[in-house]
Design a protein around this ligand. Structure first.
Ligand SMILES: [Zn+2]
Length: 87
């Protein structure tokens, strides 16, 4: 006999018993699936600002706004056109 059944999630009774694949509580009559309860406990997901589910080890993508494009290395002056080689 194993006495490792989880208590009733409804009333907390420890007199739960297995009824097929379900667990049943004799005090409040609640029936539930222990697997579903475990899955629900694991379903507490953390989401970032764009709705992606974060897991341990994931890197968070930060969207930077207002990035200046072409702000460097493109300072061409019309007074100094690129020299062209003559054949
Ligand atoms: Zn109960």
């Amino acid at each position: 006999m194993t006495d490792a059944l989880p208590p009733c999630p409804e009333c907390g009774s420890t007199f739960t018993y297995e009824m097929g694949a379900l667990l049943s509580c004799p005090e409040c009559g609640h029936e539930w699936s222990p697997e579903a309860a475990a899955a629900a406990a694991d379903a507490q997901e953390v989401r970032d600002s764009v709705g992606n589910v974060l897991a341990d080890g994931d890197t968070v993508t930060v969207i930077k706004e207002g990035v200046v494009v072409g702000g460097e290395g493109r300072h061409e002056s019309p007074r100094h056109p690129p020299r062209r080689r003559r054949p």
